[in-house]
Design a protein around this ligand. Structure first.
Ligand code: P1T
Length: 391
């Protein structure tokens, strides 16, 4: 299906009408096992841990959107990440972006590190720092771009090319951009990872993960472990993500248009000291954003001048932005990384990264953009006017 464009692939890749009934929508094959034609002669499916038609449709559709050959579904991105660790051996070293989702840090630093893998959390926006951290036993570079929550960008092409030259597997967590705005495989990355819980599912009703690769050897190892370990998503979860992906392009366009409106509004607000959004020319890597992304996404991070107390006022007073972790759903969410999503990072690390007490992260939904601006504006208005601010 490579000849079709993104919007068409999202609706048709991996999804033919069901041959027995003609059902236009891929059914939820809620079955654990499959009747065999004869002893040892399956009809194509044997057992749903190994393969399931709904999961297969989801995996094929996502692979096609990423421009990859193989897709593999997992129970969450964390499980996808664990599966990728099976590509490594005890004693191997992994370079990870320093500003990653708190759960990613916790999984690598507190779980995988116990089993003989070595991790270094590095500012992967700087190729020279990646080069400096590379050791003879470095076998994987795992980046998030944009990073979570500081929205720093890593040059995917540069990093993939460095990794290739050293025989290192490169992985990009593409959760924030989705293949609609960023295609890491086309920039030379070996593996793309997704938390499908976010934009791909798009409706905050499923937890699921996936990886895509075009490398057959990598695929074989991951496929073996997907089956052997069994950390697969159920058929209904696959169906939800498959349905979500059909509207991904429309949603991403709306997320972005709303985010741009809000980022510009925040940029001019007297109670906000800093706005980070890759679509603003004030973003230090705006040029890289334009080079490697075809849009800027729906995530914004901003800093409230008054620190924690005033940030709490904003977090408590939005009506449309729900105070919740996660992102990428149709509804807008607001959260406080230092207390919520990134609480598992040591305080000193949070401070180094700039995850301050006044920092707020929003996932801009696809409600009416003016309503969203007014919602944030009225929450900011609730910050008390202080004597020093009044001058
Ligand atoms: O929950 P799971 O599907 O395993 O996704 C973890 C994950 C991986 N990668 C990125 C970039 C993420 O943002 C996340 C989850 N993040 C949140 C829940 C959050 O609020 O940032």
């Amino acid at each position: 299906m490579k000849e079709f464009r993104f919007e068409t692939l999202a609706i048709h890749a991996g999804q033919k009408p069901e041959p027995v009934t003609g059902a236009v929508v891929v059914p939820i094959f809620q079955t654990s096992t499959y009747a065999q034609e004869d002893v040892g002669k399956a009809r194509g499916y044997e057992y749903s841990r190994t393969d399931n038609p709904t999961r297969k449709a989801f995996e094929e559709c996502l692979a096609s959107l990423e421009g990859g050959k193989y897709g593999l579904g997992f129970g969450s991105l964390k499980i996808s990440r664990i599966a990728c660790m099976y590509l490594l051996s005890p004693g191997d070293h992994v370079i990870v972006s320093d500003d990653v989702y708190g759960g990613t840090y916790r999984l690598f630093a507190s779980v995988n590190a116990r089993y003989g893998l070595e991790f270094d959390f590095v500012d992967t926006t700087q190729l020279n720092l990646i080069k400096k951290s590379t050791k003879p036993n470095t076998k994987m570079i795992w980046i998030e771009t944009p990073t979570n929550p500081m929205l720093k960008l890593c040059d995917i092409e540069q990093i993939a090319s460095w990794a290739k030259s050293k025989n290192i597997i490169s992985v990009v967590d593409n959760t924030f951009m989705t293949p609609y705005f960023q295609k890491p495989l086309s920039l030379g990355t070996d593996i793309v990872a997704h938390s499908c819980t976010k934009y791909l599912g798009g409706h905050s009703d499923v937890v699921s993960g996936a990886v895509v690769t075009s490398d057959e050897k990598i695929y074989e190892v991951l496929k073996f472990h997907q089956n052997a370990v069994g950390a697969i998503p159920g058929p209904f979860d696959c169906w939800l993500v498959l349905r979500g992906m059909k509207t991904l392009s429309c949603r991403m366009r709306d997320h972005e248009a709303n985010a741009m409106k809000i980022a510009k509004f925040l940029g001019g607000h007297p109670k906000v000291s800093k706005v980070v959004y890759p679509g603003l020319s004030s973003h230090p890597q705006h040029e890289l954003a334009k080079k490697q992304m075809t849009g800027f996404g729906g995530m914004i991070t901003f800093v409230i001048k008054g620190g924690l107390e005033d940030a709490r006022t904003v977090l408590r007073n939005t009506k449309l932005f729900t105070l919740a972790e996660s992102l990428g759903g149709v509804e807008s969410l607001i959260e406080h990384p230092a207390i919520m999503t990134h609480a598992s990072l040591p305080k000193e690390r949070r401070e180094e990264l700039g995850i301050s007490d006044g920092l707020i992260r929003i996932s801009v939904g696809i409600e009416n953009g003016d309503d969203l601006v007014e919602d944030i504006a009225s929450a900011l208005d609730k910050i008390p006017q202080r004597a020093e601010a009044r001058g």
